[in-house]
Structures are given as C-alpha cells and as structure tokens.
Design a protein around this ligand. Structure first.
Ligand code: ASP
Length: 439
C-alpha cells in the first residue's frame, strides 16, 4: 500500500503542529509521499506565510525596501526549525530569495517559496528526500497545467524513491519559471502526486474532521459526512461548501483513488471518504446542504411562449452576448426565469434587458434581486420517496417562502430558491428535518 499525505497550512503553522504531523507520518509506514503547504495561521490574528510573501514581494516590485518583511518570514521558519531542534540553516535560501525579489522574479515565484521552504524543513525533519516541484510539475505556454508531461516525469522520478517530500502549490514552465496553482492549490499537488505513484489513498490532512453536512457558521457542530461521491462533492462545492480545492478532484478521480479528509488535531477521527461510487448508504437521506446568497431572477413573460420555437435560445443569447453565466432556468408555459449572479449581472442588466427585447420581443421583463440558492444533495434521494415533500413541509413550518425549486435530472440534487433573508432559516429547517430528527 502507498499513501500520499498532504498537510494544510494550519497543520504546519508551528513546531508543535509539525510534531503532530511527524507522529501521523511515522505511525504508518505506508505514508511515503508528503505534500506540505506553507505555514498557515497559528491563531486567528496571525498571517499566513503565503500572504506575507505576496506582501513582501509587492514592496520589492515597487522598488521599496523589503528586508524587514523578509526577515519576519524567515523568523517564522526559524521558530519551527528551533522548536524541532533541527540543524538546518535557511540563510542561503533567503539570500537567494532576496536576490530574486530584487530581480523581480514574479509574484508566483514569491508565493511558491512558502511551500518550497516548508518542504525543505519537512524533508529534514522526517529524513525524507526533497524534490523541488519546479522540476516535476509543469505548465504549458498558455499557463495551463500540463497533466501528461507532469505525470510522465513525476511517476518516473517517484518510482525511484522510498520516501519523498514534494512541496504543494507550484510547478514551472518549460524554461523553469515558477508558476503557482490558484490559492489553496497544494490540494491539487497532492492529487497529482497520488496519481503519479498510483497511491491507494490520498490523505488530505486539515483542521476539521472531514466534510460537514452543513456550514458550521449556520449549524452548530454539524455532523461529519462519512462517505461522499465525487459528483456529490462537486455539487456541494459549487454551492460554496469548501474543504478541498476544486481542481484536486480530477487527477485522482480518473484513477479511482479515494481521498480521505482527516484532522491533524484529532488523528483518531476517521474523517470523510471521497469516492467514485459506493454502495454505502449515507447515514441520512441527504449527504449535504450548501448554498449561496446574491442571486437575481430575471422573469420573462410572453403570451404563447410555449409555441414559439427558439424563444429560449434568443433570450439566452442576450446573456451570452454580455458574458453572463446563468445558474438555473425554471420555466412555465408563458414564462421563463433566468437565475444569475447578482454581482456579475448588476452592471450589465440594462444591456441584457435591451438585448432580450431586441432578440426575443417578450411582453414583459421583471427583475427580482436578493435571492439565495440552496442545494440539497444526496445519492440517496433517488431511491427515497418524498424527499421534495419533506423539504417543502419543513420550509413551510419555518415560514420560509420557496420561490423556486429545481430537481437535477440525475436526482442527485434539489435546488431551492429563497430570499436572502430566509437563507439561514431555510438551511436550519432542512438540516433539522433530515439530520436532527433522525439522530
Ligand atoms: N499556501 C497556498 C495558499 O495559501 C497554497 C495552499 O495552502 O494550498 O493558498
């Protein structure tokens, strides 16, 4: 068995956290490939090293002095190195970074140093080989991740290693110029490494005991999801639930490698398993609930709309011409509604409306703002009768007016539109009916 273990910033924020990570790795000989993030926050007021690096490099780029800011970053690593009693000195590395900052090596290079240096510390601490990600993870000339080349090079490189540390978040262009993934991208590196070594599992260690059924800012101590499929996860992540970088799913999904989300601070918790498909039923009919505020509904009416071929296409053309994505499009006989993100739509609304008039000649267009959309997701809904009914009655009891309902054709999700003001109340009501009342 081979396991790839990725640790997030909060798991590596201090020497104390590093020791927990060391214990986790040493307690299982199969944990052979380690992907670290940069040191994160030690407390809620702290600053992540990645953010310190961006700020420090911004000074360098403006031609300002940045010595103190860089020394503060070095102090973060020295605190960890001293706390672990390592004989490691990063002075030469920092001298090189300072030179490169002066030479304006770019903000991607700057940010990547957080993971690069943490990888060096981690490799020293564990006695594992250090592999610079710039030599094994590649981007093409358009800045897109080059999955084929990376997998070719990385799988060969790692085949020769018993143990290795591969820092997260970055890779390089053909010419060696460093490029990062988007924020939180160490998750992606972990997935790429898991694919390259054909791992049996990709363990993603963080500071929560898995993926939660609902947002903990709305529901106090929500239940943890034991097992979730990739498709369910995509649905929930799209609606704002987050533990994992979205792009981290693809490399392992193709290979059928499961992801196990674990908690560095409570390693005995089994966490959440993210899998391709499963015969395991979720504990409840639903797997999770997520949602977002800030949508707008554009209601379009036209008599005899139902018999006019191409009406829907003409309406959507106006959104397309203005570069606006739509989320949902429920329709009646003579009406259709297009849900869009309010912040994207706001500046262009009059252009879109004029476009619809020009292209589709409707009787009226009416815009309603401040909607929230809630996704109730679960593979179990397909085989359970009455799920939508239960949602409706729970919301009616909670005095929440349902403005829209849309069931995906895969029966994996039900999307509900409510007003922004009812958002929290609606999530609580749905959680209560499916989870609390089943406990
Ligand atoms: N350190 C990077 C960030 O803060 C990447 C990561 O932690 O995954 O976004």
């Amino acid at each position: 068995m081979k396991k790839v273990v990725k640790f997030g910033g909060s798991s590596l924020a201090s020497a104390e956290q590093f020791k927990k990570v060391g214990n986790i790795i040493r307690s299982d000989a199969e944990r052979r490939f380690v992907v670290p993030s940069a040191p994160g926050k030690r407390n809620s007021k702290d600053i992540k090293v990645t953010d310190m690096l961006y700020a420090c490099y911004a000074l360098a780029e403006d031609g300002k002095k940045f010595d103190k800011e860089l020394a503060d970053i070095k102090a973060r690593y020295d605190e960890i190195i001293n706390g672990l009693e390592l004989k490691l000195d990063l002075s030469d590395e920092f001298a090189k970074i300072s030179e490169n900052f002066k030479a304006k090596a770019g903000s991607d290079y700057a940010a990547s140093r957080g993971e690069y240096l943490n990888g060096i510390v981690m490799a020293d601490y564990l006695g594992f080989e250090f592999i610079d990600s710039a030599s094994v993870i590649f981007f093409d000339e358009n800045g897109e991740f080059d999955a084929d080349k990376t997998n070719r090079v990385l799988s060969v490189r790692l085949a020769g290693c018993e143990h290795a540390v591969v820092p997260g978040f970055y890779g390089a262009y053909e010419d060696g110029t460093v490029k990062t993934f988007s924020r939180g991208g160490s998750d992606v590196t972990g997935s790429i490494v898991a694919k390259a070594v054909q791992a049996d599992v990709y363990e993603n260690w963080t500071d929560v005991s898995g993926f939660l059924v609902a947002d903990p800012r709305i529901i106090k101590n929500p239940e943890v999801i034991d097992t979730i499929t990739y498709r369910e996860l995509r649905e929930l992540a799209y609606m704002g639930a987050s533990v994992l970088h979205e792009d981290a799913i693809f490399p392992v999904r193709q290979e059928g490698i499961p992801i196990n989300i674990r908690n560095t601070n409570v390693p005995e918790d089994s966490g959440t398993w993210i899998v391709g498909s499963t015969c395991q039923k979720s504990k409840y009919t639903i797997t999770g609930i997520a949602g977002k505020k800030g949508f707008c509904a554009v209601n379009i009416e036209k008599d005899m709309m139902n018999s006019e071929v191409g009406f829907g296409r003409r309406v959507l053309q106006s959104f397309e011409e203005n570069g606006i994505n739509f989320e949902h499009m429920p329709s009646g006989i003579d009406t259709m509604t297009v849900f869009v993100h309010q912040d994207e739509f706001m500046d262009k609304e009059q252009k879109v409306v004029a476009g619809i008039h020009r292209l589709a000649d409707p009787d009226s267009i009416d815009i309603e703002a401040d909607f929230a959309l809630i996704a109730v997701v679960g593979r179990g809904m397909k085989s359970t009768r009455g799920t939508a009914g239960r949602i409706f009655s729970a919301l009616a009891h909670a005095n929440v007016n349902v403005k829209m309902i849309d069931q995906g054709s895969s029966e994996l999700n039900i999307i509900i539109g409510v007003s922004n003001d009812d958002f929290e109340m609606a999530i609580k009501a749905i959680y209560d009916i499916f989870v609390i009342s089943q406990l």
